[in-house]
Design a protein around this ligand. Structure first.
Ligand code: MCU
Length: 409
């Protein structure tokens, strides 16, 4: 019965893809879906259950999950990310191309202020496919091997919101538009920029981009950012955070557990002092993580049922390897509940420098590109670690203490 429901769901997502050629989509949350930015009185030492709403009632259907996802997005903004502004009425773009180099320039206006930013798109040579080129939006250029046949947009996210150190708060183009007191963290400002790029690509046919075939990637701090873009922007078909570590595909609670067991990892208390990736409000919660009604397993779960593969590097304790593995194991239950576990991959190996690409990861990467961006058939069952987590004990049931339902239509 369970199997049947999963097959049925796969079929529904496949039909959605066939009809729209688009990434698999969730229904819109119903008008009655309530999305507060905080949950008062919440406390949970384990990872919060993805399958209960804020009020404790169970999530049973795909439509329920669409509402739960919206709740999670609001909570993440409320506690750690600040407010993500939406689409602007005053948005325009221009595009020029010389050979394989295109320049996409975007002008955004609100409240009497205006900013412009330009991105370079590097195109493959050859004939444009009928549906346009698939595109990778690469934070600061990215550092994964992108297969031939893709256009690559190099996104200057640090120009959108600076990330030098704590003094970067409120610095960058986004804050020129929304004011230096905007609550958005740098990562939130970066998501806003990605969404405006996609808005303008939608109205710029000359750029020849296949809007159903957009991936996002970035490494390290920019990997944290890439994960967040995939979580909040449903027009992204495939999300590829690389070595994002704490604040990315790791969970706050699990990183603290690693530290408590003697591993020198990055925790929430450190991260809010180091840089401006999170809102100023997050500093109020980093010493009482149990009150967070979410953790990063739920940030990553916002990507489902779209494609997500994250890569981690076991050579660096600072990246908090147990936390990433445990956190993504928790995220995986959401893809399972939606009947698409193969849409979520995780690979954690060592033997390479931070943000360098070892060739033995290319098979999974290419399979994810094939399946989720190019709509080709590929086996995408990749979920593994070779790590022993620097001796820190991992007991899944201590952290993932819910039963995974099969969400029905
Ligand atoms: C893994 O990403 C970050 C890390 O969170 C920071 O603590 C460290 O300073 O920088 C890393 C990074 O972005 O390296 C390029």
């Amino acid at each position: 019965m369970k199997f049947f429901a999963a097959v049925q769901l796969n079929l529904v997502f496949a039909l959605l893809e066939a009809v729209h050629g688009a990434p698999p989509a969730l229904p819109s949350p119903s008008a009655s879906c309530s999305t507060p930015t905080t949950v008062s009185g919440f406390t949970n030492a384990a990872l919060p259950d993805p399958f209960v709403f804020n009020d404790g009632t169970p999530v049973q259907t795909v439509e329920d999950w669409a509402c739960r996802r919206a709740q999670i997005g609001a909570l993440i903004q409320g506690y750690e990310a600040g407010t993500l502004p939406g689409k602007l009425d005053q948005l325009s773009g221009s595009f020029s191309q010389s050979g394989t180099k295109g320049t996409l320039t975007i002008t955004a206006e609100t409240g009497g202020k205006s900013i412009s930013f330009a991105s370079t798109i590097t195109y493959p040579s050859g004939t444009v496919p009928a549906s346009g080129w698939p595109l990778v939006i690469a934070y600061e250029g990215g550092s994964i091997p992108i297969p031939s046949g893709f256009a690559v947009l190099s996104y200057s996210n640090s120009n959108m919101a600076q990330q030098n150190d704590a003094s970067s708060r409120g610095q960058g183009l986004f804050f020129q538009l929304y004011g230096t007191n905007a609550t958005a963290s740098a990562m939130t400002a970066w998501v806003w920029g990605v969404s405006r790029i996609i808005d303008v690509l939608e109205t710029t046919p000359a750029a020849n981009i296949n809007l159903q075939a957009i991936a996002v990637t970035g490494c390290s701090r920019d990997g944290k950012g890439a994960l967040m873009a995939g979580a909040f922007e449903p027009r992204i078909a495939l999300t590829i955070p690389q070595e994002s570590g704490s604040g990315g595909d790791a969970c706050w609670r699990l990183s603290l557990w690693e530290q408590q067991h003697g591993s020198v990892v990055q925790t929430a208390t450190e991260i809010v002092t180091e840089n401006v990736w999170f809102s100023t409000n997050f500093a109020n919660f980093v010493n009482t993580l149990n009150v967070l009604p979410y953790d990063h397993h739920l940030l990553a779960a916002m990507v489902a049922p779209r494609g997500l593969i994250s890569y981690e590097n076991t050579d660096f304790a600072w990246l908090s390897p147990l936390s990433s593995f445990g956190c993504m194991s928790a995220t995986h239950t959401v893809f399972q509940a939606l009947g698409v576990p193969q849409n979520h991959g995780f690979e954690q190996i060592g033997g390479h420098a931070h943000c360098a690409w070892p060739a033995n990861l290319t098979a999974s990467l290419d399979a994810f590109f094939d399946s989720f961006v190019l709509n080709q058939t590929a086996s995408t069952t990749f979920f593994s670690t070779n790590d022993v987590f620097y001796g820190v004990p991992w007991n899944a049931s201590q952290w993932i203490n819910w039963t995974t339902p099969t969400l029905t239509q």
